[in-house]
Ligand binder design. Structure first.
Ligand code: 13P
Length: 256
């Protein structure tokens, strides 16, 4: 795994799934199975409305809590339906996903909005998990490097490389999300190395310490071979994070 200094993260993005009782059972099974946490960090990202309860379910465990999105606005105000980073921190979140491809494609989030959310997360003391990745058409047009460079570059250009010092990046090829079609370890490693090099061109130290997660149809059966690659520092897991034993298998593939 990586160059040794990077502790892997296995994060569950529940998306718009779950119900209070079922989620409580899921988290109880994860608490029972996580052990001491070992050499990896487990992070759960439930829907907003379950964050407060989830914070209590994971209290005194090594499991951390994140949200799936946040408002780009920092100051409280008349933003119906929005949730501020400070509110997420208030209920126990330490992390928040920004720029997930479902936000970008289904809700039209632009790179500028993603940068604003990244900044809002950090100003609330949260670690942003910046999602990047190409669509199938972009990959087939050999645009993967250009797309990922643009998405990471949007943050670098506006906020500077230091902003990546307290952040996580997730490479999630859109064609692999929820499709059962995983990027091969070679395909993922290639893009992860590109992302690390982009950041490394501005700061070798920040690039060397940055956790870059892979997301897109990670399962218990394919996690270990992905996580074994040099620049893959864990995973951002959708569907398989809703099944305790599957998610624990993935977690233990990262924690060794
Ligand atoms: P799947 O694991 O369901 O492919 O989802 C990946 C993802 O989008 C995580 O954010």
């Amino acid at each position: 795994m990586g160059v040794g200094a990077r502790t892997p993260i296995v994060a569950g993005n529940w998306k718009m799934n779950g119900a209070l009782n079922a989620s409580s059972d899921l988290v109880a099974a994860l608490v029972a199975g996580v052990g001491e946490g070992g050499d990896a960090e487990m992070l759960l990202c439930p829907p907003f409305v379950y964050l407060d309860a989830a914070a209590r379910w994971i209290e005194s465990t090594p499991i951390a809590l994140g949200a799936q999105d946040l408002a780009s606005e920092v100051e409280p105000g008349a933003y119906t339906g929005e949730v501020a980073g400070a509110m997420l921190a208030d209920v126990g979140c330490t992390h928040v996903i920004v720029g997930h491809s479902e936000r970008r494609t289904l809700y039209g989030e632009t790179d500028d909005q993603v940068v604003a959310k990244f900044r809002a997360a950090q100003s609330a003391g949260l670690v942003p998990i910046l999602c990047v990745g190409e669509t199938l058409a972009e990959r087939e047009d050999a645009d993967t490097a250009a797309v990922v460079t643009r998405q990471v570059g949007a943050v670098l250009d506006v906020l500077g490389v230091d902003a990546l010092g307290e952040a996580v990046v997730a490479y999630e090829p859109v064609w692999a999300i929820g499709t059962g079609r995983t990027a091969t370890p070679d395909q993922a490693q290639e893009v992860h190395a590109l992302i690390r090099a982009l950041i490394g061109a501005q700061s070798a130290t920040i690039a060397g310490g940055l956790r870059i997660l892979y997301g897109g149809s990670v399962k218990g059966a394919n996690a270990a071979e992905l996580f074994a690659r040099e620049d893959i520092d864990g995973g951002l897991i959708g569907g398989a994070s809703l099944d305790a034993s599957e998610f624990l298998t993935i977690f233990h593939a990262a924690s060794g």
